[in-house]
Design a protein around this ligand. Structure first.
Ligand code: ZN
Length: 237
């Protein structure tokens, strides 16, 4: 019985730059699909060791922060239901300077190995941080080479893609995920990234109040446009 369910198991590969990208940007969506039994593999290019936030009051330094952030990410993965975590061991804030071909090849190997139904990464222009844009560019090239670009979606920030036209997209390019039932897990993941989130007072308000600060939806951009008959509210449809 286990074998047959293994065969049908849906898989998602998430390729991001830093610990906390997964929780802060799309934690609700990851919790939702993990809760539905999707097997999620999170790739973090770096350990975020160049982050400016060192706890509040600061309790980390440049020597200790990498291990602390790795541990926080493991806890956040537990909160969200992510079972597989891979670090690419790239130094924080240097993703744009590593050999692009080698980085693309590493991600391509993961795509071929995991054979995910859905892949998430950053948009190479709308990523908002050089590390984000660089990992997104490499992941996109990797998906192209592996013939998996129709499975690829770009994450977006907040509710910006509620109105995608200024970014050159239309509603048909956007998948809007209802995360309203998964905000408790998202909040727990925020809190797991303690050295980054404890300076944000709202994160530590009583749960209901903190959760009310989250949007009820997270938005994703299709890497391949205008495929007919695809759902606007499910990444796996
Ligand atoms: Zn980041």
């Amino acid at each position: 019985m286990k074998d047959s369910s293994q065969h049908q198991k849906r898989r998602m590969l998430v390729v991001f730059a830093h610990p906390d990208d997964e929780s802060f940007i799309c934690g609700g969506t990851l919790a939702k699909y993990a809760g539905e039994g999707v097997d999620i593999t999170l790739v973090s290019a770096t350990r975020g060791e160049m982050g400016r936030r060192m706890g509040n009051p600061p309790y980390l330094n440049r020597e200790t922060i990498a291990a602390a952030r790795e541990e926080e990410l493991r806890q956040a993965c537990d909160c969200l239901g992510i079972r597989n975590l891979i670090f690419l061991d790239i130094r924080d804030k240097t993703v744009e300077f590593v050999d692009e071909e080698a980085l693309t090849a590493r991600i391509e190997a993961l795509v071929r190995d995991i054979s995910p139904d859905v892949i998430l990464t950053f948009h190479e222009k709308l990523g908002g941080h050089p590390d984000h844009c660089a990992i997104g560019k490499a992941a996109t090239a990797a998906c192209e080479r592996a013939g998996r670009k129709p499975s690829l979606f770009y994450i977006s920030f907040g509710s910006a893609m509620e109105h995608p036209e200024p970014y050159g997209y239309t509603r048909d390019d956007i998948v809007r995920i209802d995360v309203s039932a998964h905000l408790k897990a998202k909040l727990a993941a925020f809190r797991a990234h303690r050295c980054q989130s404890e300076i944000e007072e709202w994160v530590w308000l009583p749960d209901r109040e903190a959760i009310s600060r989250f949007g009820l939806h997270e938005y994703f951009i299709r890497a391949v446009r205008t495929l007919p008959q695809r759902s606007g509210h499910d990444l796996f449809a």
